[in-house]
Ligand binder design. Structure first.
Ligand SMILES: [Zn+2]
Length: 102
């Protein structure tokens, strides 16, 4: 991650802000209340707050008010697939750590 993605810069004085100083995660990503999918896994209904990618912020250093627009991309890659024919093992204690014995 380079600095351009890590910090948001005031377009006037180049003062840098952490993303979290300008965006509230609940508003940035939105909050789903109800999601209904069909048999193919496609979302048929989304109820909740939508993403709000645009914020306005007034620079603490130079007092310039500027607009920030987030451009969020999501990439997926397969890490593993589980066949439904395999025996499903349910982990009862998810908070337990596995210690390696030497
Ligand atoms: Zn500034």
């Amino acid at each position: 991650m380079n600095n351009m993605n890590k910090f948001i810069e005031c377009p006037n004085c180049k003062c840098q802000y952490a993303i979290q100083e300008i965006y509230h995660p609940d508003y940035l990503l939105g909050r789903p209340n109800n999601i209904i999918r069909n048999e193919d896994g496609q979302v048929e209904l989304f109820q909740g707050t939508e993403q709000d990618l645009v914020e306005e912020y007034t620079c603490d250093k130079c007092n310039t008010t500027f607009r920030v627009k987030a451009d969020i991309k999501f990439e997926t890659e397969i890490l593993s697939t589980k066949s439904y024919e395999d025996t499903y093992v349910s982990k009862i204690y998810k908070d337990r750590i596995n210690l390696v014995e030497n």
